[in-house]
Structure formats: structure tokens, C-alpha cells
Design a protein around this ligand. Sequence first.
Ligand code: SF4
Length: 442
Amino acid sequence: MNYFIHTYGCQMNVHDSEKIAGILQSIGYIECDSVDKADIVVFNTCCIRETAEKKIYGHIGQLKKLKIKNRNLIIVVCGCMSQQDGAVESIKKSYPYVDIVLGTANLEMLKDAVLQVSKHRKKFFNVDFLNTREEDFSISRTSYPNAWVNIAYGCNNFCTYCIVPYVRGREHSRPIRDILKEVKSLLEEGYKEITLLGQNVNSYGHGLETGENFAMLLTEIGKLEETYGKFRLRFMTSHPKDLSDEVINVVSKYPVICNNIHLPVQSGSTEILRRMNRRYTREKYLELISKVRAKMPDVGITTDIMVGFPGETEQDFEDTLDLVRQAKYSSAFCFVYSRRKGTPADKMEDQIPYKVKQSRITRLLACQNEVTKEISAQMVGNTYEVLVEGANFHYQGVMCGRTESGRLVNFKCDSKMIGQFVNVKIDKAKSATLWGSIVTEE
Ligand code: SF4
């Protein structure tokens, strides 16, 4: 019996798919490489943008033919899209051949749901918010030498453009002892990089009665190097309003915690940030960047930026370009604002015309490209420690890995070196792409 998983969206979903794979393998399913060979097809969905949602519904629609050919095929829809208001009803009506719909907080029901459908041909729909998510799944990890570890779920921030708080529920954190147990066992298994995941890792501690916070969690993991040897610790995503001095200090103190922070700014205009309900100003954000750089001069800062938010004037947009030049991000995920039903921004009257948004995103990408190029050029000739992550499938014999600051480097080496730390001298830079060669000590 085979399974095939379509994963859409963010890192949180990629990791959820590892859990889905683990659950399916625990009841005897094996991964296959196409939907045509599958007995179960899972759509692990995302609804952050309208285009993503339309694409997913299109893909679910394409399975109708397959279901007619194979009545026993089980089709599962889970993830953020299924959690939206009215989604279950709409799936039942428009895609009646879907067998299982699960929300974001009840993946643990997948095993029972599959058994119910396969044995009794009885459909299973449950999108209740349980907020009691246990981490006792068998996880089929796919990203060695990196392992993803959830530290918190949900979000309480309600940025006015964002659907996440409505589909992922209120923030709740896993206790430090559970996270530490998982991290220790991953290090024992030989993982060399741990990435902590949460919608806002900096507010870690919500829902815990023990007063645990993110700095405490980082400290506990930072101390593990003594026992487990060298590894790297990364985390995402950091909300700028909650990035405390304490966290910055801990990151700079422990060698295993990478000098790499993803700090989404979204806009460089204080007025647009206010309308987005981001709860920081342009000035506060730039102050934060200076503080981080003062503690960690080699830090790699990345960000998310949105253009075309309702009411964004040409001046607001120019402020964003100016901030990009000042902040000197090593890279940025740049997006066009997408209306999401049910969010306050969707009801704002001053929506920005499509053409203006398109022109702004082109200008923003060009601006960030210039900044990245400049940073990359400064790296040429220097040597950095890189963790070998895997093959670059575009070039034969070329592997890739990241510097501690998060820059991706291509270099030649044997695939047996995946999971090892090597020193790589940067030979050339093509904007975001760095090319180098391994340096061996005499
Ligand atoms: S912090 Fe804002 S953008 Fe991030 S998930 Fe929460 S509501 Fe969405």
C-alpha cells in the first residue's frame, strides 16, 4: 500500500508532512513517487495566499478521474486550508470524493481516520481545535542533517492581513522538558542541525504555567554541546516586537546557536506597520537591527516583505526600499499582498491596483538583489565553516551547505560528507549564489 503527500506552504507544513508520513508508515504504507501509484493521496494545504489555495483546489479536482478508476483510493485534505470557515462544507459539496478532512490541530487522528475509511468506507471529517497537540508521532524525517522541531503552535498576533491565527488557533507552547527530550534524541541519532519552529518563537512560553521563555529554552539547548558535541541551532520565525535583549544575548553567547535571524519586517513605513497591526515602528525595527549587529557583527539577517498592502502610498513604498538598503538583509522573501477573506485588511477600502503591486514587487526584488550582491561580493576570498547538506541537483558532483549566517554555498565534495562541517573558501559570487572550494588545514 502506497502513499503520496502533496505539501504546500511553509516549513511548518513541511514538518507536518514528515509527521503524516510517519503516521502512514506506522500502519504499513510506503511512500511512492506519483499519485497514479498511490492508495492514499494527502494534500497538506496552505491558505496564506489566494493563488496557493486556487492551485490546491485545482489539484484536488484532478484526482476525480483517479477516484473513478480506483474506488479504494483514499483522498485526505489537511492543513490550513481545511481549517478555514466553511471549508469542510465546500469540500463536501464540490469534491465529494474526498474521504478525510483534518484540521491543523488534530493530525493525530489521521491513523484512526484512515483505518475507518479503509475498513468501513466511512468518511472522516474533523477540524475541531483541540490545542492539546502531542508530539508522540513517529516522524519520518527527510531533511538530514537538519531536523525540524516544533516548539509552539498557533499565533495570538492577528496581523491584519494574516489568516494564520484563524486557522492555526491560539498560541500554545510545548514544555522545555519535552523539547529537550526530542532534541537530545535527534543529536543521539546524529542530526547536526536543529531548527526550532513556531509562528513566533520569541513569545514561546504561552500556555505554560512554569514561566518558561524562549531565552531559557535556547540556553538549555545551547548547553547541550558539552555532552553531544558540535551541532547547530536555528529558529524561525521571530516577531520583531518580541525579540528581547535576553534572547539576543543568549544567541550571541552559545556557539551552537547560529548568528542567523529571520526577522520579518513586512513594511518600512510606520503608518503601514500600524495598519498591519505589527506593533513596532520603522525606527524601533532599525534600532533592533543595530542592537543585533552590535552583539553579532557577522550575523545574517533575513526578512519577509510585503508590497501593495491597502493604503500603501508611493512614499510608504519608498520607505520600504530605504529600509531594505539600511537593514542589509542577506536575503528577503518578497510578496505581493493577497486578500484573505475574514481578515481586517480584506475589508479595507483602499486596495492597491494589480499593476501598481506588480511594479512595486519588481522594484523591491531589484533593490534586494543589489543588497545581496554587495554582501556576497564582500564574502569572496573569505573562508567559512559550512555544514554539508546535500547535492545540488542542477550540477553533477556539486554539493551545497550553509554558512553559520545562513548563506547557501555550492562546492565540490563527496556525498559521503553530508552531515560534516567543512571549511569552504568562497571563490565567486553570483548575487545570491556563492561558489567555493573546500580548504583543508595543512
Ligand atoms: S505574527 Fe502575524 S504574520 Fe505571523 S503568523 Fe501571526 S498573525 Fe500571521
